[in-house]
Ligand binder design. Structure first.
Ligand code: SF4
Length: 727
């Protein structure tokens, strides 16, 4: 036999928002290797355990057990689906959605999509829902990931745009890492933090987190704040800065509005009370405020040292997520720590393309290219771009609302793409009721193993990493190409193509004879349309093309005629608000949605493991990744375990107001007394349980609360009150 030559293809890692470049090696139809792309500015050749084992996950025997390889229809719920061809599948989908729309109106359907889709996929789904059907019921698992960051940026800086970049790590004198276990969730960025620390031994690292994570291990100052006290901490730090004269009066006067209201607010946040509320020492609070402000000892007149904040789900996944984001940004504005090298608030995106989804407006309350749904001029611009009479004005159902509406019978047809809500959404009892009650459920997926597949009336096989073609945007606004190394497995099709086919069929039913809205044959055509929609906007990418991105990934904005993107935003002190000034937000400290009480005396926190990704569809197939943490457990403080006479490995019932799980317990030095932690990845193969009314449930989201931030609608996945009893 003659073996095929090895082909190398540059692409992007499909896991986290660091967005590392990879080089895929393939032979014929097989992906045989992967290594870091030394030329990619996100990672310069490095990969973490997940990225460096991608080829093993792609080289799994591709069978009906692991991948969806052909469209399937489930004639009777609860029974096995049967194979059908694509024409029949797409005709069925179009008929069912058309029936529901005609009988019940456009808002009776909903699309729940994913931050793991490519920008092109996102674009078509968004246009399909808002432009063709006329519903804003298109939301995504990015709602569970980044919507508080979006709301926080817009409230204070005027636009959803992370102002800093990865290179700022090397210029920062103080790093404030809050609500982020960067070491586990963004490993290659953490390597860059370690590099920066080595190059600048004067750098101070502050970590604020209820859990003493691996990230906290590198901190010069660790603040073990109690759950839900982030805003109190930030307001308390500002109080100290004001008291000690550490704010930047000139910056506040020249570039901001609203400081007086905030100053009055934080007057009540005296260090002693704040320290007590947060569960930290007063000295630690004072130290954090001084380091953050970047003022040299004794006000020596030297320029301020630079402070960069990194934050993620600890701030976002909260019933006061927007306030937490805004209170942190307040600190940057009050000290002028923004728009200069090594400074700024820098939200890290959990998913690989949460940013791209936001750019195309792929959420229920957003419009294309950062336009505002509530602005009639913006709606008219989008309608004109798409060639439709109008787009709906009222926000659609966000993630939690969408499944609650389906559980209530209001949404009757659901289209779920590239995500697994039957594991990843909070309050699983409601989600599963929604999937059962909906009249028609389409699941568009690469993997056959997700819990949501069991609820599908129609299963549509999608391509996945190594097969897909398009673009993604990482945390630092950098757009990278995703390229196919091998052909699609089985009959799998690209997500944008499935959405386009469906849209064309629905178009023929809803607006026959009118010019086509979805004339796409390639992902590049979709991207070019998206690019045009950004013209004149803050994220303008009219100077970019697939060809330029093929040469090198680039940051936005990158306007027509420019030769490079913008590394750092707001260097001129002008913000994308009506008067060009940033806005301080008035940020009261709001209580947890579900505080601990006598019946549910433990706080439950959730989060990532180093070597797993989301619901483990891909990473769960590799023993090498599984070996890091082979079993689920609930982590508790050893004092609590001693008091409750629990030993490592003992089984416990963990119960919230919504459900109950049985799990082994494990002593942890990371978890404080009266707190507990369960990793988010384990699904029904690993953790079984039941709802409060006896339905079978699984995974940590049997316990979590659907309470969400009223501004961002992001649910509070980071805190639920639970009781823990020996089984
Ligand atoms: Fe992939 Fe994130 Fe690891 Fe980079 S840090 S290799 S993007 S999982």
């Amino acid at each position: 036999t003659v073996s095929a030559a090895v082909t190398e293809t540059k692409s992007t890692c499909p896991y986290c928002g660091v967005g590392c470049g990879v080089i895929i090696e393939s032979q014929g139809t097989q992906i045989t290797g992967v290594r870091g792309d030394p030329d990619h500015p996100a990672n310069f050749g490095r990969l973490c355990t997940k990225g460096s084992t991608l080829h093993h996950t792609a080289a799994q025997p591709i069978t009906l057990q692991s991948r969806l390889l052909q469209p399937q229809r489930r004639m009777v719920r609860g029974e096995a689906p049967t194979a059908i061809d694509w024409t029949e599948a797409m005709g069925l989908a179009a008929d069912q959605f058309h029936r529901v729309i005609t009988q019940h109106g456009p808002d009776a359907v909903g699309f729940y999509i994913s931050g793991q889709l490519l920008t092109e996929d996102y674009y078509v789904f968004n246009k399909l829902a808002k432009g063709l059907i006329g519903t804003n019921n298109v939301d995504t698992n990015s709602r569970l990931c980044m919507s508080s960051a979006v709301a926080g940026y817009k409230l204070t800086l005027g636009a959803d745009a992370p102002p800093a970049c990865y290179d700022d790590l090397q210029f920062a004198d103080t790093l404030f890492i809050t609500g982020s276990n960067t070491a586990y969730a963004h490993p290659i960025l953490f390597r860059r933090i370690e590099d920066a620390r080595r190059a600048n031994p004067r750098m101070k690292i502050i970590v604020a987190d209820p859990r003493r994570t691996e990230t906290a291990d590198v901190a010069d100052l660790y603040l073990p704040i109690l759950p839900g006290t982030d805003v109190a901490l930030f307001n308390g730090m500002l109080h100290v800065m004001l008291w000690e004269g550490l704010t930047d009066h000139a910056y506040i006067a020249e570039h901001t509005n609203g400081f007086e209201v905030l100053r009055d607010r934080v007057r009540d946040y005296a260090p002693k009370e704040v320290a007590k509320l947060c569960g930290i020492s007063e000295d630690a609070l004072l130290q954090a405020a001084r380091w953050f402000a970047g003022v040299q000892p004794q006000h020596s007149g030297k320029p301020r040292r630079s402070t960069l904040s990194l934050y993620c789900q600890g701030l976002n996944q909260s019933s006061s997520g927007t306030m937490k984001n805004a209170a942190l940004i307040n600190l940057h504005l009050a000290t002028g720590q923004i728009g200069k090298p090594g400074a700024g608030p820098f939200s890290l995106t959990g998913q690989p393309n949460a940013m791209g989804g936001r750019e195309v407006g792929g959420l229920a309350n957003l419009l294309s290219a950062h336009r505002d749904m509530s602005n009639p001029d913006h709606r008219a611009e989008v309608a004109a771009l798409w060639g439709v009479p109008d787009v709906p004005a009222l926000p659609g159902k966000t993630a939690v609302e969408m499944f609650e509406a389906a559980a209530d019978g209001e949404i009757k047809a659901l289209w779920i793409a590239c995500t697994n809500p039957a594991q990843s959404m909070p309050d699983q009892a409601t989600v599963r009721r929604a999937l059962e009650r909906a009249e028609f459920v389409v699941v568009q997926e690469a993997f056959a193993t997700t819990a949501t597949c069991d609820y599908a009336d129609l299963l549509l096989p999608a391509t996945t990493w190594g097969e897909k073609d398009g673009t993604v945007t990482n945390s630092e606004r950098r757009i990278s190409r995703v390229r196919p190394a091998v052909q699609a497995a089985g009959q799998a099709r690209h997500d944008w193509l499935i959405a386009t086919d469906f849209a064309q069929r629905l178009e023929a039913r809803l607006r026959p004879g009118l010019p086509p809205l979805f004339p796409y044959d390639t992902p590049e055509q979709v991207w070019n349309e998206h690019r045009e929609s950004t013209r004149g906007r803050d994220l303008d990418i009219t100077g970019l093309s697939y060809a330029k991105l093929d040469a090198t990934p680039a940051q936005w904005p990158y306007r027509d005629g420019e030769t490079q993107g913008k590394v750092r935003l707001y260097e001129d002190g002008i913000f994308p608000t009506a008067d060009g000034r940033a806005r301080f937000a008035d940020t009261p400290n709001e209580p947890l949605a579900e505080p601990r009480d006598a019946r549910y005396p433990f706080s439950l926190n959730t989060g990532r493991l180093r070597d797993q990704w989301h619901g483990m569809s891909r990473t769960g197939t590799l023993g090498r990744l599984f070996g890091h943490v082979p079993e689920p457990a609930i982590e508790m403080n050893e004092q609590d375990m001693a008091r409750m006479k629990l030993a490592d490995g003992d089984l416990v019932h963990v119960t919230s107001r919504r459900g109950s799980l049985v799990l082994p317990v494990q002593a942890s030095t990371q978890v404080q007394p009266a707190q507990s932690f369960i990793a988010m990845h384990w699904g029904e193969e690993f953790i079984s349980g039941s709802s409060s009314t006896g339905e079978r449930l699984a995974g940590v989201n049997a316990l979590t609360t659907p309470a969400y931030c009223p501004r961002s609608k992001q649910p509070e996945l980071k805190h639920a009150a639970v009781k823990i009893l020996k089984a």
